[in-house]
Design a protein around this ligand. Structure first.
Ligand SMILES: Cc1cc2nc3c(=O)[nH]c(=O)nc-3n(C[C@H](O)[C@H](O)[C@H](O)COP(=O)(O)OP(=O)(O)OC[C@H]3O[C@@H](n4cnc5c(N)ncnc54)[C@H](O)[C@@H]3O)c2cc1C
Length: 576
């Protein structure tokens, strides 16, 4: 085996675990805990690129649960119907059902650990009706320490944690996942971990498009989530699905966080155009809603804003106390710095950069209702797994499902010794930027790549532009080889850029393959502006073939378990 890392002065660390969870965010912490609960004798390890105490999308807590199915307020069947409609019918209902079925148990368990959800004076969960049908939004005004509470439970359950190690590839032997390789982003050590089951929980691909601000890490998504899990699953041979169904979100202009209409609307706030009128016809967070916002922004009625100035002072103070303390606590300082006041002006909104994420849309690694990918022993949960509109509770639910099923799966399995040739090749690939410290800085390579994503993939999608984009993303593999890193931190960034390139290529190919428009703005094709159920009522899946090609194919939608008439039940609340 070539000892490139040793030549560079970095030793190799070897670790073993029964269950290896990659990514210690929302789904990953729950996966670790649940695997350990399922079998306290199992050796469970969470690998985290940052530090699990404050990592991932809920690093600074969360101000509410988007999808709480709580008895007396909604049912799992009703939830499945809502998500089926919001996702234009392209769902595996059995997988969506699990989020509705298990979400309440997850909420109760979180509460028993000390997480606080809003209750009414009678002690009932104080759900808010944000959508036309169903009550799903459960506020968490005191949700800022969510991640600290989860970390405490991880420790209490005896789950091991290795922070500051970035996974780069899943090891696949005899057709099953048998571990992961990566490196320590502080010391630079090469890390090889043998495992009997691997659960990928690395979050969204949040650094695909470049935000309008131009800042590389000023993304809606947590910027450590660069699509690592998408790329690792793809290289492991797993099927990916709905990759053309991008994630796009309404944001506060120039600020990398949502305006939070979900939080503010139960208090009477709403999204309005420049004339102060409501304009959103679709009330569910979906591509259709983004299309409404996109059209308004590009009409004479923009810009759009979150309107609160018609509310009384106490109500606005209450909204501020939630929005400025949780999730994105810098929000208050941002407004203050700009001299903006919710009492006098609307919060100007824009739409975000594109990304891949099942949590908010549907793009992810294909998983079934057992959180299994198509590679035996490889599980996925959270924003990178394909269960649509799963958000935070879905990440917890699927972390739980993955943890429990992984423990079940591995019972009769032994560890396999990794193939030395594979390790050598991976070492060479990972460490290459350190061998040329004066190569092109990762910031420049990433900036250009993501500009190309904006130029050629941002909806509305044009076929010719996407073809050009695809050509450039493929050719960009050569540009990556010119990147240089001076230390392990920069090496992490370089490896992230390679993941982003993989995701850009997948996004271009999947978008070109689906020749229709679906999911509102998420897959709005100028050359095929209509939905075409006759040919495209299916998932578009892709995978890496043995010879390394990206193969695309249709996967039929599983038979529904809950009846939905998609012709009749469209979201169009026509509020103007
Ligand atoms: C701004 C924002 C607001 C939101 N608001 C709400 C809301 O109000 N209500 C709601 O229900 N949901 C909300 N969500 C969605 C919800 O937070 C996410 O769906 C959920 O937290 C995703 O969990 P996850 O485990 O998939 O990802 P994360 O929690 O982000 O965890 C991913 C982890 O993987 C680690 N990682 C990444 N790559 C690697 C690698 N190569 N090696 C090792 N570790 C790696 C990351 O550091 C991170 O810790 C919001 C999300 C965002 C971004």
């Amino acid at each position: 085996m070539t000892n490139l890392n040793t030549d560079l002065g970095f030793p190799t660390q070897r670790l073993q675990a029964d269950v290896l969870v990659v990514g210690g965010g929302t789904a990953g912490t729950m996966a670790g805990i649940k695997a350990k609960q399922a079998n306290p004798d199992s050796d469970v390890l969470i690998l985290e690129k940052a530090n699990i105490r404050r990592s991932g999308a809920i690093a600074m807590g969360m101000d509410g649960v988007n999808t709480a199915v709580i008895p007396g307020n909604s049912t799992p069947e009703q939830y499945v119907r809502e998500i089926t409609i919001a996702n234009d019918g392209i769902v595996n209902q059995k997988a969506v059902y699990e989020t509705g079925r298990l979400g309440f148990e997850v909420i109760q368990e979180l509460e028993s650990w000390g997480v606080k959800f809003q209750k009414d004076p009678d002690g009932n969960y104080d759900l808010k009706q944000v959508h036309r049908v169903g009550k799903y939004v459960l506020p968490m005004p005191e949700g800022k320490d969510l991640k600290k509470i989860l970390t405490r439970q991880v420790k209490r359950h005896g789950v091991k944690v290795t922070n500051r190690v970035m996974a780069t590839r899943v090891i696949v032997q005899n057709g099953r996942a048998t571990g992961v390789v990566g490196f320590d982003v502080r010391s630079g050590d090469f890390v090889v971990i043998q495992a009997k089951a691997v659960i990928l929980c690395t979050g969204a691909c949040g650094r695909l498009g470049l935000p309008a601000s131009g800042y590389l890490y000023g993304t809606y998504e947590n910027p450590t989530n660069a699509g690592d899990g998408y790329a690792m699953a793809y290289h492991a041979g797993a099927e990916m699905t709905n990759i053309e169904c991008f994630q796009i979100n309404p944001l506060i202009k120039d600020y990398n966080g949502p305006a939070c209409a979900y939080v503010a609307s139960p208090f009477g706030a709403y999204t309005a155009n420049a004339e102060g009128h409501r304009f959103i016809n679709c009330d569910y967070w979906s591509g259709q809603m983004m299309l409404d916002i996109y059209k308004e922004l590009n009409s004479g009625n923009g810009p759009v804003h979150l309107k609160m100035y018609h509310l009384d002072d106490d109500t606005i103070a209450k909204i501020e106390s939630i929005l400025w303390a949780n999730e994105r606590p810098s929000r208050g300082r941002f407004h203050e710095g700009r001299g903006e006041n919710y009492r006098t002006h609307g919060v100007e909104m824009n739409i975000s950069e594109i990304g891949l994420c099942s949590g908010h849309s549907a793009s992810g690694v294909w998983v079934n209702e057992r959180a299994e990918t198509t590679v035996p022993g490889l599980y996925a949960a959270g924003d990178m797994a394909s269960v649509p509109h799963n958000y935070m509770i879905g990440a917890f639910v699927y972390g739980r499902i993955a943890g429990e099923n992984a423990v079940d799966y591995l019972q009769s399995l032994d560890h396999l010794e990794p193939d030395p040739d594979f390790l050598a090749a991976e070492q060479t690939r990972i460490y290459a930027p350190l061998t040329q410290p004066n190569g092109i800085p990762h910031t420049q390579v990433e900036y250009k790549l993501r500009r190309l994503v904006n130029d050629y993939l941002q909806p509305p999608k044009s076929p010719h532009k996407m073809e050009i984009g695809l050509e450039k993303f493929v050719a960009y593999a050569d540009t990556l080889t010119a990147m240089g890193a001076r230390d392990p931190h920069e090496l992490m960034r370089c490896n992230e850029v390679s993941f982003i390139r993989d995701c850009a290529e997948m996004a271009a190919r999947a978008s070109l393959y689906r020749k229709e428009t679906r999911w509102g703005l998420y897959h709005y094709r100028l050359d095929y502006p209509d939905r075409n159920d006759a040919e495209w009522f299916c998932h578009v899946n892709l995978k890496r073939t043995e010879s390394g090609e990206m193969e695309l194919f249709k996967r039929p939608v599983e038979p529904y378990i809950v009846d939905v008439d998609l012709k009749r039940e469209v979201y169009d609340v026509a509020v103007r």
